[in-house]
Design a protein around this ligand. Structure first.
Ligand SMILES: NC(=O)c1ccc[n+]([C@@H]2O[C@H](COP(=O)([O-])OP(=O)(O)OC[C@H]3O[C@@H](n4cnc5c(N)ncnc54)[C@H](OP(=O)(O)O)[C@@H]3O)[C@@H](O)[C@H]2O)c1
Length: 328
């Protein structure tokens, strides 16, 4: 199966190429970058040297010949490609935010008009697997909403409020340098940003509401000096108290058979480079603390995108995604 990656010079594009090297049926045939047209892929992804001979090309949909296309481009850029790719018969997974929310919510949240909207399944397979199977187009969830939603989902219906407190690694901001991601600003440091108005809050609210939750949803992210990973502490305030044993049983039942959700103490390094989401819960009665750990570039982006591709194309869901973490 031929794969095109649009935005292959970025962090999620690089991880798509890395992960697809171990997929049993997929071969990346097109890797795009406008700035690096004609340059070898391993010139910006040196960890892929010797594993791929790909050269970057300009993204030209008319000349693209692939079965599946991944859009690993910034929000607002993806909406310019989706329709053309679908019309050329490709299946498409969009890693950007362009199709995760209804049009009016997207426009309000991102402050830009949507120029080519149509609804797409929200590709969080543990919650919406049946909506993703066999379809031509899937919108891949945001990194924070993935870890947050999976942490709170089993208690969503019983909650009156959910407060997500997340710590994220710097690769979440993409590979363009900026003042806030500059080494002296990040190293040996930690701080909150967008305390009450991060755009991913809209996705978290949407997903908890879809689970039948009437809870208030709140979210504050923090930047921490690691490259990869998101640790989310969900404070779940319940309408009725639950004992520790009851909460543990609930999570075990909810995630029974889910390969990519592991119920164990979450440690960033244990999920680094992997598609796993590790979750642990502790109850003090009316408040349950659920903590999740994911790799923002894998379960939070490229790995989940491949998980969606596998469901869309009828491959085993774990194909290309069985690698272990890197600990210590
Ligand atoms: N980083 C994360 O942890 C993460 C997690 C979940 C979702 N996402 C989402 O995934 C997408 C990619 O993120 P990233 O972190 O990989 O970004 P990135 O490192 O900044 O890479 C962006 C890529 O898109 C290309 N690009 C930019 N504008 C383009 C356009 N108009 N048309 C075609 N290509 C364009 C860039 O190459 P050229 O400019 O050379 O073409 C580059 O290859 C974003 O929408 C992001 O929000 C990221």
């Amino acid at each position: 199966m031929k794969i095109a990656i649009i935005g292959a010079s970025g962090y999620t594009g690089g991880d798509l190429i890395r992960l697809l090297l171990t997929h049993s049926a997929a071969e990346v045939v097109t890797a795009t970058s406008r700035k690096l047209d004609g340059k070898r892929v391993d010139s910006v992804h040196p960890h892929l040297k010797g594993l791929t001979d790909l050269t970057f090309r300009n993204p030209s949909v008319d000349r693209m010949d692939a079965d599946v296309a991944f859009l690993a481009v910034p929000h607002t850029a993806a909406m310019g490609y989706v329709r053309g790719l679908l019309e050329r018969g490709m299946k498409v997974v969009d890693l950007s935010a362009d199709y995760r929310l209804p049009k009016e919510v997207f426009e309000k949240t991102y402050g830009v008009p949507h120029t080519d909207y149509f609804p797409a399944p929200y590709g969080l397979p543990e919650l919406h697997r049946d909506e993703v199977k066999g379809v031509p187009f899937v919108s891949n969830p945001g990194c924070f909403p993935t870890g947050a939603t999976l942490a709170a989902a089993p208690l969503a219906k019983m909650a009156k409020a959910v407060i997500f407190d997340s710590k994220t690694g710097v690769s979440g901001a993409g590979n363009s340098p900026s003042a806030t991601t500059h080494y002296p600003a990040v190293a040996d440091n930690i701080g909150p940003y967008k305390w009450t108005r991060h755009r991913h809050l809209a996705e978290m609210k949407q997903e908890l509401a879809r689970l039948g939750s009437g809870a208030g949803v709140y979210f504050t992210p923090h930047l921490v000096p690691v490259n990869r990973g998101i640790l989310t502490t969900a404070h779940i305030l319940l309408r009725e108290p639950l004992e520790q044993k009851e909460v543990e049983a609930l999570y075990r039942k909810y995630y029974e058979g889910e390969f990519f959700v592991r119920l164990q103490a979450p440690v960033l390094a244990a999920v680094r480079g992997t598609n796993f989401c590790d979750i642990a819960v502790e109850s003090e009665g009316e408040r349950v603390v659920a903590v999740s750990a994911i790799d923002n570039l894998v379960k939070g982006a490229s790995g989940q995108a491949i998980q969606n591709m596998n469901l869309m194309c009828g491959f085993p869901e774990q194909d290309g995604l069985r690698g272990a973490g890197v600990l210590p």
